[in-house]
Design a protein around this ligand. Structure first.
Ligand code: 73E
Length: 824
């Protein structure tokens, strides 16, 4: 690790905070409100960053290392202040300085809105990757969109989710810097005029009669832990081409000016709140091309400015990693820039492109596959469409050459087929690397979903199991445990998570076990306090905290969890003396605004909570809590407090999961299916230190190929399940309207509109899940063995650091060299 040259003086820092407050607000610090204090402190922290940030980019310009551009529609960064203090290794010093000013760091951190420019796992993964890239001293840019409104805020009203706009920039973002000098024009629509240039003998393509916007970048610092690297997350804002001036336009231009003003305003207005779902909206494609075009233009210009204007060896210094198919137009945009703007021939441009672009697949959910109707695609991006057509024409030729006469192969693999542009096919055909995000997921890609592609080009395929950053999800989120660990083994784990294995000797040490469980208890008290403040519900920190927090999706099976709670409640009512360990079931989840059955599930959870929590006859044996507005900042409190980590997706559906890793790291036991990265978690901790249930992915896939199974058989033969299902439609949990949960009931039992009954095998896995839950109860009673298990979970989490993941990407896919930074 490089020495951090920037010195820190507490007195100077205090002065900065005080003077920031004066110059920003004309107030003394003791007169400022909380938001003003936050801003004053954040600007003081930014001052500590700035020289490193400058030095990092000087170093990159001078040493010219290869750079990765991580292209993503989503970066779920969460709050920056605390994380920046941590990565500067000045958290405690700053905290003390603020105390001396009479300020509480926790209160200040709470003033910062989350940067919620993402939906869930995919966006948070991008944020963890940036943290690891900077910490490992790799040259990298994140490229994304500066949405005016990020992920909506969730309010729960009468048990229903209500979406409230997230105006995260309303007080200004102290850490960002606008970089007007790097603005680019991005063109939409119109038509392509082509002609032969007699002088050069080349075909020239010109986009005419288009509408355009100006992309203006804002940079956010991404600080490496304990080093001098400060990389940038570059997010693009859209501005109109001409600032609108009524008097200076004739009638035709007036229309055009208004259209361009609206285009600019609409493009970056809001993040699409869909996770694992493709809606096919034109504006979404505009967003994609907007940030991709600006980012690729900038990357090529930067490269040219350093290489005498010659683009032909771009791939030696630049790699574009596509975070799912969302930025896949980058393939055609790079081709366009190389050919139309730099005069390269097709073959040369294709050679460069296919050495520069790599693709990560994050899901096999069919409903998430991006397929754009060619009518829409060609109208919005006429030149890009031409290029995609030519890519397709040549690719189909290749397929035919390899599989003569096999039309089936063409149908299954072509980039354009059935009137649609298939973005995954484009990404695979052009990418030099195709990776899945967990071993099982990559296997499924190779053997099932992308079988034909794997057979044709096996060398492209590889696995990169996801990871998480321990800086945010342990050091910041769980300071008690972090300090305990550092006391015992030093602080090396902060940049080398495998070192946690040194703690394994303590699992047989009674004192250490007690300390570990006391920390867990304190974290449960902290969460209980949060729940009391935000939900008004009292929860018992001595109960088992059983937690499922993630986006609401049918395949993630929050419904299985709540149906089991309804069953358990019935059991307790039938047998009031039932001996069970008190349990608090905690949920947190946002549902996409248009996802009806997901929203119904939230209402069901809240209604079940209402009934159970108010039934005094069960003596608080079980409680149900739905935490409003689950997001990165409250996730940090939740993970630290969990005993049980619910990872119960239908096997084969969750590509990896990353929440599973955050729970494990903080000492929770996984209750899960053999899906995604759960498989590798179990491999690390051993089968005895997790509770596994349910169908295997092979079994699920076999049933699916056979057209499903018959849930009615279970309904007919299992009284307990039938009782629970009938409670969905008899008003027990919906006195105001017994029909309220009819859709959920139907989804489990009836085939509807070509959809199999119980698509996600909830009833099929129910008994196995109930047994698994019983095992949790039994195992929790043995305090010593439970402590051992959760400690092993934490101490074996080393593999799941995003530092490990990024080392693999950097060495195996990107071929980056570490580039340490010196500050003069
Ligand atoms: O299993 C997770 C995975 O851990 C997967 O569902 C998620 O990506 C995580 C990180 O690899 C994911 N999100 C999306 N696809 N996969 C997605 C799709 C469309 C829009 C937004 C997100």
């Amino acid at each position: 690790m490089t020495d951090t040259a920037v010195s820190f003086s507490k007195e100077e820092f205090k002065k900065k905070v005080v003077s920031n407050c004066k110059s920003l607000y004309r107030k003394n610090i003791d007169e400022a409100d909380k938001q003003q204090v936050f801003q004053s402190v954040a600007y003081a922290v930014k001052d500590l960053i700035i020289d490193k940030w400058i030095a990092t980019h000087k170093t990159y310009d001078k040493e010219d290392p290869k750079v990765v551009y991580y292209m993503s529609m989503e970066f779920l960064m969460g709050r920056a202040l605390g994380n920046n203090m941590i990565n500067l290794t000045k958290y405690n010093e700053i905290k003390e300085a603020l105390e001396e000013l009479g300020l509480d760091i926790n209160v200040i951190e709470d003033q910062e809105p989350d940067a919620a420019l993402g939906n869930g796992g995919l966006g948070r993964l991008a944020a963890c990757f940036l943290d690891s890239l900077a910490t490992l001293e790799y040259p990298a840019y994140g490229c994304g969109i500066r949405y005016k409104y990020g992920m909506f805020k969730q309010e729960i009203k009468d048990g229903y989710q209500v979406e409230v706009p997230d105006n995260w920039l309303k007080d200004g973002n102290p850490f960002e810097i606008k970089r007007s000098e790097y603005k680019y024009e991005v063109k939409f629509g119109g038509y392509v005029r082509s002609y032969r240039d007699e002088a050069s003998g080349r075909d020239i393509f010109v986009q005419e009669d288009y509408r355009s916007v100006i992309a203006v970048p804002y940079d956010l610092p991404v600080i490496g832990y304990g080093n001098n690297t400060v990389n940038s997350l570059r997010i693009w804002d859209a501005e109109p081409v001409n600032t609108f001036n009524l008097s200076s336009f004739d009638k035709g231009d007036y229309q055009k000016a208004i259209e361009e003003e609206n285009l600019a305003k609409n493009i970056v207005e809001v993040l699409y709140p869909n996770d694992n779902h493709y809606a096919g909206k034109e504006l979404r494609l505009k967003q994609q091309y907007f940030f991709v075009s600006a980012s690729v233009q900038r990357a090529v210009d930067r490269y040219k400015s350093m290489h005498n204007g010659d683009v032909r060896k771009l791939y030696e210094k630049v790699t574009f990693q596509l975070n799912d198919t969302h930025p896949t137009v980058a393939v055609a945009e790079l081709m366009r820039i190389l050919m139309d703007e730099n005069g390269l021939e097709w073959d040369e441009a294709w050679d460069i492109t296919t050495k520069t672009v790599a693709y990560t697949n994050h899901t096999i959910m069919a409903e998430a596959l991006e397929k754009w109707p060619i009518e829409l695609f060609s109208r919005l991006l006429p030149r890009i469409y031409q290029i995609v057509e030519e890519i397709n024409r040549r690719f189909v030729e290749e397929i035919k050459a390899k599989y003569p006469g096999d039309q089936e192969k063409v149908r299954k693999m072509a980039v354009i087929y059935d009137g649609q542009v298939k973005m995954a096919h484009l990404a695979i055909c052009a990418g030099y690397s195709v990776n899945g995000v967990a071993k099982l997921h990559t296997e499924i890609l190779e053997k099932q979903e992308l079988k034909d592609f794997y057979e044709m080009m096996p060398e492209k395929f590889n696995n990169k199991t996801n990871g998480i950053t321990q800086r945010r999800f342990l050091l910041h989120a769980n300071p008690l445990l972090a300090d305990w660990i550092t006391d015992k083994i030093g602080d090396g784990w902060i940049t080398d998570l495998k070192q946690l294995e040194k703690l394994l000797v303590y699992v047989n040490d009674e004192k250490a076990r007690q300390e570990f469980m006391q920390i867990k208890h304190k974290n449960k008290v902290r969460l209980a306090k949060y729940i009391k403040e935000h939900n008004g519900i009292d929860v018992n920190p001595d109960s088992i905290f059983d937690v499922q927090v993630k986006r609401l999706h049918e395949y993630k099976r929050q419904l299985l969890n709540i149906l089991h709670i309804m069953y358990l409640y019935n059991e307790i009512k039938k047998n009031p003396d039932m001996d069970i360990v008190p349990r608090t079931f905690i949920f947190g989840a946002k549902a996409a605004a248009g996802y009806k059955i997901a929203k119904q599930t939230i209402k069901l959870i809240n209604n079940v909570a209402e009934v159970i929590n108010n039934d005094e006859s069960i003596n608080g044996k079980i409680k149900v809590v739905f935490i409003e507005n689950y997001r990165v900042s409250n996730a940090e409190i939740i993970f630290a407090a969990a005993d049980v980590s619910e990872q119960i997706s239908t096997a084969s559906k969750e590509a990896s999961g990353t929440g599973n890793m955050k729970f494990m790291l903080n000492g929770a036991m996984t209750l899960g299916t053999m899906d995604g990265a759960n498989v590798e978690i179990v491999q690390e901790v051993g089968a005895d230190n997790a509770v596994i249930f349910g169908l295997s992915s092979d079994e699920v896939i076999r049933y699916e190929n056979e057209g499903g199974y018959d849930p009615m058989e279970i309904f007919n033969n299992d009284q307990d399940i039938r009782e629970v299902l009938m409670e969905l439609i008899n008003g027990k949990y919906s006195k105001e309207d017994p029909e309220m949960f009819r859709d959920i009931y139907n989804s489990l039992l009836n085939t509807q509109e070509g959809r199999r009954a119980d698509t996600y095998f909830i009833l099929k896995d129910f008994c196995s899940y109930a047994d698994a839950q019983k095992k949790i109860d039994e195992r929790y009673r043995d305090e010593k063995s439970w402590a051992k298990t959760v400690m092993i979970n934490s101490f074996k989490a080393g593999k799941f650091s995003s530092d490990r993941t990024i080392e693999e990407y950097a060495t195996e896919i990107w071929k980056l060299t570490k580039t340490p930074v010196k500050v003069q």
